[in-house]
Design a protein around this ligand. Structure first.
Ligand code: AMP
Ligand code: MG
Length: 326
């Protein structure tokens, strides 16, 4: 049975090589002490994640980045200064001491400093227990591979109720969508995953238009086309006319159809309808719990009118597009 643990219990479990579910400001994570390869392998086993898909290393403080990275280009230092702690992950060259189990055999490692105070206190406590100057935990999202990410402790319990897993409850995730990943292994940056820090903010501090390459090889599992998917079929429309024609088709094929983002005058066509808020941060925060809620209601298909592709809207649309390909 999954069960609630407090901070001290979570730190003790991590120190002894167990896996613990932890809150962060993006989504909940399935964490192991990053210095214990055996513990890291347990994360893959519980999540049922293929071993070649790397995990993000989470640190208590930005100072730890220098220990966990072999090389940082200048632009990476600027990103660290502006966005850490926060929902930014940098991929950097892997120093020899970083276990290959974390990186799926790659010579790069993904690093992040979460902004959640409980997570940072937990990592610090792990460092005290193990006498590590730069403690870290390796963690992917705390859901089964390929399904919807968890944004509260109840989601984690729902996915892992059959597992002997301690869950540290840190409330609702304030960002609610995964971190933005920037490749810092070369002298020029590339965005590998759109996320909670908008591309415009990254472009702004670096003074350049950073290329986005989220459809390349499987450098990031979040880049897999079919990811973040609920049980219900997800169909996306990028214009109102497309939305209207898809709406008719879906209602002919399915009995229980929901919509996300339907204009008010069309919402009554659906069995259940959830509007977009004008606040894009609120939409990101609610996205995964909305998808889970629609599954709980037994919705067969969800038609989504994609939000505008600027700011956080781009990350939200990215997740929904991937869900639609499952
Ligand atoms: P998840 O928390 O399930 O989204 O998984 C962790 C994310 O970090 C994945 O999307 C990985 O692709 C990304 N990641 C971790 N390590 C690396 C790496 N060495 N290179 C590129 N991406 C990475
Ligand atoms: Mg994930």
């Amino acid at each position: 049975m999954s069960h609630a643990v407090n901070l001290e219990q979570a730190a003790q479990l991590l120190a002894r090589g167990h896996v613990v579910a932890i809150p962060t400001e993006t989504v909940y994570g399935l964490a192991a002490d990053a210095t214990q390869p055996k513990a890291i392998l347990k994360v893959f086993e519980i999540k049922r994640r293929p071993l070649e898909h790397p995990l993000i290393v989470h640190l208590a403080d930005p100072e730890g980045i220098f220990h966990w990275s072999a090389h940082l280009p200048r632009f990476a230092s600027i990103l660290i200064e502006h966005f850490m702690p926060g929902p930014l992950t940098i991929v950097t060259r892997r120093p020899p001491h970083v276990a290959k189990e974390i990186t799926g055999g790659r010579d790069s490692v993904a690093l992040r400093v979460p902004a959640h105070p409980l997570t940072r206190a937990l990592i610090q406590r792990l460092g005290e227990l193990r006498s590590l100057p730069y403690p870290a935990i390796a963690a992917p999202s705390a859901n089964r591979f390929g399904s919807v990410s968890p944004t509260c402790a109840a989601h984690v319990h729902a996915d892992f109720h059959g597992e002997d897993l301690g869950v540290l409850d840190g409330g609702l995730c304030s960002a609610g969508i995964e971190s933005t990943i920037v490749d810092c292994t070369k002298e020029v940056p590339t965005i590998l995953r759109l996320g909670a820090i908008p591309q415009e903010a990254i472009d702004g501090v670096l003074g350049m238009r950073v290329p986005v390459e989220t459809h390349g090889d499987v450098r990031a599992p979040g880049m897999l086309p079919a990811h973040y998917a609920p049980r219900a079929k997800v169909v996306v429309a990028s214009s109102l006319s497309e939305f209207q024609s898809l709406s008719q088709k879906l209602r002919e094929s399915y009995r229980f159809v929901a919509s996300i983002g339907a204009p008010r005058e069309l919402s009554s066509e659906f069995n259940h309808s959830i509007p977009w808020s004008d606040d894009m941060e609120a939409n990101a925060r609610a996205l995964y719990s909305t998808l889970r809620h629609l599954d709980d209601l037994g919705v067969e298909a969800v038609l989504v009118l994609l939000p505008p592709l600027s700011g956080l809207g781009a990350a939200i649309a990215d997740r929904l597009l991937r869900a639609s390909k499952a």
